[in-house]
Design a protein around this ligand. Sequence first.
Ligand SMILES: [Zn+2]
Length: 165
Amino acid sequence: MKETYPIPNWVTNYHKNFMLKERTKCFKTCLKCGETKLVFKFSLDRRNPDGRTNVCKACRVLEAEKYYYKNKDKILIKSKKYRDTNGKDRSEYFKHYQEENKERLKENASKWYLENKETIKERNLKYYQANEEVCKQRRKLWIEKNKEGIKKYNREYKRKHKLVR
Ligand SMILES: [Zn+2]
């Protein structure tokens, strides 16, 4: 066991005992690395009689890291598995739900839109004014990205409306 601070020779026995007692209160030896450290280098633990864990914080962090790296693949596979099974189910469920409630959802959305039209407009305008440059840039990018889609949409739109007329 390493002594963290040596007690000078000139200290009387009474004081020595007192300091030793104090020292056990202020210091603790880690069971893992064997170093004597200040107690606040140990996490609080109510189950321990002295109120601190027997392994220092640094060692616990190392342990956790080691555990993670040792089981990294397992952990990753586990979470991937979870995503694969539950994620698929969820999206399936969602799709199904949307399919089932298509009309109602549409109705709700348009109703909500109509009810909040003015607020939405105002909010959008405010946002646009505050972020004009960003919005312009974003719009440009969006157009650039969706060029083909927009062309197609316009063609379809023209075709449909000609057919109607
Ligand atoms: Zn330690």
